[in-house]
Every structure is written in structure tokens, then in C-alpha cells.
Design a protein around this ligand. Sequence first.
Ligand SMILES: NC(=O)c1ccc[n+]([C@@H]2O[C@H](COP(=O)([O-])OP(=O)(O)OC[C@H]3O[C@@H](n4cnc5c(N)ncnc54)[C@H](OP(=O)(O)O)[C@@H]3O)[C@@H](O)[C@H]2O)c1
Length: 323
Amino acid sequence: MTARSPYDTLVTVYGGSGFLGRHVVRALAKRHYRIRVAVRRPELAGYLQPLGRVGQIHAVQANLRHAGSVEAAARDAQVVVNLVGVLFERGRQRFDSVHAYGAEQIALAAHAHGAHMVHVSAIGADENSPSAYARSKAKAEQLVWAAQPSAAIMRPSIMFGPEDDFFNRFAALARLSPALPLIGGGLTRFQPVFVGDVATAIADAVDGNVRPSTIYELGGPDVRTFKELMQFVLATIERKRLLIPIPFFVARMQAMFLQYLPKPLLTPDQVELLRADNIVSESATAEKRTLQGLGIEPEPIEAIVPSYLWRFRKTGQFRSRTA
Ligand SMILES: NC(=O)c1ccc[n+]([C@@H]2O[C@H](COP(=O)([O-])OP(=O)(O)OC[C@H]3O[C@@H](n4cnc5c(N)ncnc54)[C@H](OP(=O)(O)O)[C@@H]3O)[C@@H](O)[C@H]2O)c1
């Protein structure tokens, strides 16, 4: 992969319109790749255009549940990147159809067209997990390697950045609610990772500078419990709220109802996910299958999150008291 010039290299990015997607597209555009963004609604992906030069980024229609569209989007590409994922199931968007079947179709198309593949999974992917999300992510990894054995796999922990769904969601909840929930007591450990660092790792993989057939685990510099992350959110948005421990079984019962909201606040499957720590494994660290192993120094949450959570403060970007 290293011998090619980026100017002559077409990279198809499936899911390029998502949270991670826009950062990956920006990173690839800066490195001068030609980028084809494969999305379900290309007419809604216009906001990606300013991330590159005129004509550098082109959106096409593809739905991972339809093999023909996946194959068409991979034609003439030298590298394909799969960023497609769903956090909850809705209609025909099932974990198995999108994560497992969809990833397999991309890998088959990559193999058929002789393209390299970078696949994004998630820390916690485990075929024995009680969570269907985590099981489908593990199945996807197996299916990808069966079809395209050289694929590099990236498993991020929870990602943060201006458009994230984690810090923004709890900051928004804290604005409205007098309390924040600590599911399972808030003891689950996370290693939040900056979305820009994950995008850099993916761009390095597209450059051919990561080990093929390898799973990388991408975490930030610090491990924090859920409770510590909620305390960090409250300190950042300068609000005092109660932190109420909620046992897993109670959270699961609440999630039974919350899952039917248009954009569910919590699903029973997410409660299952929260039972396991979401951190980089010791083996990944020892084998340098990490951001640091790729020479990327990950950003801490303190360096990035306040730059976009200020809007949840009572005083916005202004200080309530001056010196
Ligand atoms: N966010 C995190 O903290 C986190 C942590 C660990 C792992 N991950 C993984 O990282 C990847 C990217 O996550 P993200 O946060 O960027 O997700 P996201 O913002 O929800 O983006 C997902 C993308 O997938 C596309 N998509 C969904 N269903 C599709 C389908 N059937 N066919 C084609 N495209 C489809 C979406 O486009 P449309 O729906 O508009 O078509 C969107 O572009 C996912 O694999 C996710 O599981 C995320």
C-alpha cells in the first residue's frame, strides 16, 4: 500500500457521513486521497464537501443491507473503510444485518476488487457477550477476515468530539434533570478516545502504516469510571446534580420503556454492554496494538471536551464571575 500516491488512490468510506466518518474523511482529504463516501442518503452528505478540494470528495448511494450497492461503491477503489454501525435496532436495521452481513459484503467486494480494507469494530466485541451489539461486532470481525484476511481492524473505546453522543447527551440531560443516573453504580470503566485520534489511526491504516490482519484497540490516555465521567461532565458545565446509583436490573426495566423513544435514551442491550469494562486490553498494550503503538499520543478529555460542552453552562462561553 505504501508505494501508491494518494492522488491516484481512491478510498471508499462506507458510513463516511457519521460522527467518526467526517473526521476520517477530513484526515484522508488532508492526505490528498480521492474519497468516495458511500452512504444511504448522499444528498444529505453535502457538509462533507468543504473538507476537501473541489471534486476530491464524492458521495454515492450504498446500503450495507443491499450487496449490489456495496459492490458498486467498491469498484475501482484501492482501499475500502467500513465505519457503519448502529447503536440500537430499528426496523430493518438489525445488528446482524448491518454489522455482520454488511461488513461481510464490504469485505467480499474488497476482495473481488483487490482493495485493502480497514474495518472499524468496537472494544467489547465478543461472541460470548450478553449484548447483541457486542456479539454482532465479533461476528463481523470473523466474517471480514474470512473474506479479506489482510484487513486491519480498529476497535475504539467510547469516542468523544464535538458531535459525540456521550458527553453531549449527559450534559443535555443534566441541563433538564436534577439528577444523573449511575447505571450499575457507575463502576464500569471506560477509556474515552478522541475521535480525531481514531481518524488518524484509520488514515495511517489507509497509508499502509499499520500491521495487516491485526486488531488494534484504541483508547485515550486515561481510564475513568462512569461515575468519574459524570462528575467530569458536571464540573465542565458548572452544574451541581445528584448522581443516583441505579442497579443493572432496574436500569434494564427502565430501558424496556426507553427503547421505544424515537432516539432511545437507553436500550436493554446497552445496559448489558455497560456491565463490562470498555478499556484497552493488556495484551493489546503489550503487543503495541494501540494508538501509542502507532506513534499517536492520544488527547485527554480535559483538552477537548470543554471546548464544546461550554454551551451547556448557564453562562455559556462567558464566566459568571470575573477576577
Ligand atoms: N461512537 C462511539 O463512541 C463508538 C465507539 C466504539 C465503536 N464505534 C463504532 O465506530 C463506527 C462509527 O461510529 P459512529 O459513532 O461514527 O456512528 P454514526 O455516527 O451513527 O455513523 C454511522 C454511519 O453508518 C451509516 N449507516 C447506518 N446504517 C447503514 C446502512 N444500512 N448502510 C449504509 N450506511 C449505514 C450512517 O449513515 P446513515 O444512517 O445516514 O445512512 C452513518 O454514516 C461504528 O462501527 C461504531 O459501531 C463507535
